[in-house]
Design a protein around this ligand. Structure first.
Ligand code: PFF
Length: 458
């Protein structure tokens, strides 16, 4: 079977690797990973997260790319066609729906945080952080920024507009070359930040210890669920983003090699971000469990005290905004491909509709940090930002793992062995059998185990 994509193909395997890495590396790595690691006690959480990347993330990513390439449409129509073709229930299309809905919900709050990053480019460039104290940067963030919904709304709107423009033009033009230069630069800059963290003496070791010495008494089942959710979120899995990108992938590219490259780059960036941030937190007696503001408080403090801080600071937030941009493009893409296929809309029209509705929902997250803020407890962690936190927990910890569970089940139990073997190109030996064993038993069992534990059933 060789279906052709109505949306075109990547120019090479590398174009796909770059775009998928662009999707994977984003706020999830640099903003979210450090703050949830801080909230969940450090080392043990990191260990569970890494285990989830290996036994759940990598096999599911291979499955998701494979389904995308075989179906070559939006997640909804791909799941429908693949199910019907192999003689199964067309209701598998609901898996596509779950993904498209998750993407839309995630983008609504993702764009708000990406807006913070845009705002911080300008704040860094004007030198307001130079020489600032820990209390100073905190107040700049909480009182002079988050407390003002109109400011957050402005940056959220700007970021959504940037995303709409790129998606409307078709994701492939421009994405490739941009990712090629900016991703390595982001990596280098993170190394500079790690260098600065090393200069913090004692605190550097304290940071490393916090991240890498597992203390399992600090980890709850809620923390395990959060670590698993983060593995999905950071690799862009479980909602069809990678499935759509896979649908533009040529038949000759190796899915397994591609997956390893993406997962390695993504994990590397997250760990570097943590290594750069925690020493700064400890050196300044700040709280690792400060929540979503963590990097917007700790990094400006570092930029304010390092040589060349104005330049490095602005550059850092430029790159972070860019990483967020390439991720948000992949969040909007599944909705848009579906609208184009189903209603025959022009790409521009479809993107505008989807973008505006997402923007509107994003307003709820804007107000979550000020007027509508309320607290609640989730799995032992106090969350302070009402709707924003609810949307995050609902998508990251529930919808994405659920999507991943069904993707694994479909790929291993419903697709024929021949079909997945041909598509993955791993031959019929040990490597293929290992993948099949993981998606067939290990991934579903692990996800179910965490879910059931959370629900208090086991
Ligand atoms: N992986 C992105 C990040 O870590 O920032 C976020 C994301 C993008 C999640 C695309 C899900 C997705 F489909």
């Amino acid at each position: 079977m060789a279906r052709k994509s109505m949306h075109g193909e990547w120019s090479s395997r590398w174009a796909f690797v770059l775009a998928a890495t662009g999707s994977a590396v984003g706020l999830g790595n640099i903003w979210k990973f450090p703050y949830i690691t801080g909230e969940n006690g450090g080392g043990a959480f990191v260990l569970v997260y890494l285990a989830c990347i290996v036994v759940i993330g990598i096999p599911v990513m291979m499955a998701e790319i494979m389904l995308g390439r075989r179906g070559r449409q939006s997640p909804i129509n791909t799941m429908y066609d693949l199910a019907v073709e192999s003689g199964h229930n067309p209701n598998w299309k609901w898996l596509g729906w779950l993904g498209v809905l998750a993407g839309f919900l995630i983008l609504s709050f993702y764009s708000v945080v990406a807006g913070w990053s845009l705002a911080y480019i300008f704040r860094s460039a004007t030198g307001v952080f130079t020489g600032a104290t820990a209390d100073g940067v905190e107040s700049l963030f909480l009182d002079r920024f988050l407390a003002h919904p109109e400011t957050l709304l402005f940056w959220h709107t700007l970021f959504m507009a940037m995303t709409i423009i790129i998606v409307a033009r078709g994701v492939k033009s421009g994405l490739e070359s941009a990712v090629k230069f900016l991703m390595p630069t982001l990596f280098l800059l993170l190394l500079v930040m790690v260098g600065y963290a090393m200069s913090q003496g004692e605190a550097f070791m304290q940071g490393l210890e916090f991240m890498f010495r597992p203390d399992f008494s600090a980890l709850t089942w809620g923390g395990v669920l959060t670590a698993m959710g983060q593995a999905f979120f950071t690799l862009s899995l479980g909602m069809g983003a990678i499935m759509v990108y896979g649908s533009y992938l040529s038949h000759t590219a190796s899915i397994s090699r591609t997956t390893f490259t993406i997962a390695a780059a993504d994990t590397g960036v997250a760990l570097l971000a943590g290594i750069a941030i925690f020493p700064i937190i400890f050196a300044n007696n700040m709280e690792p469990s400060a929540g979503p503001g963590l990097i917007f408080i700790s990094l400006p403090l570092a930029f304010g005290h390092m040589p060349g801080g104005v330049l490095f600071g602005s550059l850092f937030f430029v790159l972070l905004s860019f990483a967020a941009w390439t991720s948000s493009i992949s969040l909007l893409e599944p909705v848009v491909t579906w609208l184009v296929e189903t209603f025959n809309l022009r790409r521009i029209t479809a993107t505008l509709y989807a973008g505006i509705v997402t923007w509107l929902l994003g307003v709820a997250s804007v107000f979550s940090f000020n007027e509508w803020a309320f607290e609640f407890e989730f799995a032992g962690v106090v969350k302070e930002n009402g709707i924003f936190d609810i949307l995050d927990i609902l998508t990251t910890n529930i919808m994405l793992p659920l999507g991943g569970l069904f993707i694994a089940i479909f790929a291993a139990w419903f697709m024929s062995r021949e079909a997945s073997r041909d598509e993955l190109g791993l031959g019929d030996g040990m490597r293929y059998n290992l993948w099949r064993f993981l998606v067939k038993f290990v991934t579903p069992a692990a996800i179910l185990l965490v879910f059931l534990n959370m629900l208090g059933i086991i």
